[in-house]
Design a protein around this ligand. Structure first.
Ligand code: GGG
Length: 326
């Protein structure tokens, strides 16, 4: 039986980096069938819908999805796509690769971002010409579900625990609930869960990245803090992500459409290729996933490199070098 993978390039550099990652997936020994689907600004302009029903249905029915990026329509695309796969956690590893000129080469931290609520739950209103409001949602059930995933994640890696980023001294009800729920689950499992104020975390991470391994975050904080970590390891071109659900998942680079370089063929495909490696591992192709990780690591160490990493190679050059190492 083949494994069904939906591929959505989206907009901007998504149209360049996703085909690169698909080439890599085609090169490994996995019995995948690829279905190409549309979402984003371009399909909105064509059809009036940023996320056509057939794309949503295909993602729901597939075994996994590889997604690039969406531009102005990001909120209408990414959030429903995460919902389509039932994702409750966005796993975002930020790791400095050997040979890459990173601000903080010691950085090796994984963000486990709550993926269904917080300010992303979308209860935003324009109440008058002067006033807009946003309702933040935090439930014990979603926080505990994330915490159970975090516990499994660290136990599988023989780690003692994780940190929990929050701002419970100000948002006592919402972040207080989040922190207490996550810490409670960890303690019941005999794991350490140290709370850290997210503003203090933003200061401490650049000063001492080695102080953090796995950080459990509310939704928006996970988005922002992982981008901060991207700045420490060499940029957004290096950060992959996995949106994990109970029986489906969607993989995407952390970066967006990068309109400043879109269409030039120089986007760094590493984040998307490593997202594809995470897809392989998620579907049980551990050896192939490890091989893709190693190939990307080798290319980042020895070149060729795209301009974001100080090189002058194209997306195609980097992809060809990864394929050669596989
Ligand atoms: N790779 C997906 C993408 O388009 N990322 C940019 C973005 O706006 N992300 C927001 C989020 O991850 O919640």
């Amino acid at each position: 039986m083949t494994t069904d993978i939906v591929v959505i390039e989206g907009d901007g550099i998504g149209r360049e980096v996703v085909p690169a990652a698909v080439e890599v997936l085609e090169a490994v020994d996995a019995d995948f069938t690829f279905t190409h689907a549309e979402a984003g600004d371009a399909v909105l302009a064509e059809t009036g819908e940023a996320l056509p029903r057939e794309t949503y249905d295909a993602v729901q029915a597939a075994d996994a999805t590889l997604f690039g990026a969406a531009g102005e329509t990001a909120a209408d695309v990414i959030l429903p796509l995460r919902e389509a796969v039932g994702s409750f956690v966005n796993v975002r590893p930020a790791r400095a690769y050997p040979g890459v000129d990173a601000l903080r080469p010691e950085t090796d931290v994984v963000f486990l971002r709550e993926n269904t609520e917080g300010v992303y739950a979308g209860h935003e209103d324009r109440l008058s010409d002067d006033l807009s409001t946003l309702t933040r949602v935090t439930t014990t059930s979603a926080s505990e579900r994330l915490a159970r995933f975090a516990c499994d994640y660290v136990e599988e890696r023989d780690m003692d625990g994780f940190q929990v980023a929050h701002k419970a001294n100000v948002m006592r009800e919402t972040d207080g609930r989040f922190r207490d729920a996550v810490v409670g689950v960890a303690e019941a499992r005999g794991l350490d869960a140290d709370g850290v104020l997210m503003d203090a975390f933003a200061t401490r991470l650049p000063l001492d990245p080695t102080a953090f391994d796995v950080v459990v975050c509310p939704n928006l904080a996970g988005d922002v803090l992982s981008d901060l970590a991207a700045g420490l390891v060499g940029g957004l071109g290096l950060l992959p992500s996995a949106n994990i659900g109970a029986d489906n998942a969607l993989f995407e680079p952390v970066h967006g459409t990068a309109p400043d370089i879109a269409g030039q063929g120089v986007a760094n495909p590493a984040a998307t290729i490593v997202s594809a490696a995470m897809l392989l591992e998620h579907l049980g192709h551990d050896e192939a996933g490890a091989a893709v990780h190693a190939a990307v690591e080798g290319v980042l160490a020895d070149g060729p490199r795209t301009p974001d990493l100080g090189g002058d190679a194209s997306t195609e050059d980097v992809t060809a070098a990864v394929l050669e190492r596989l």
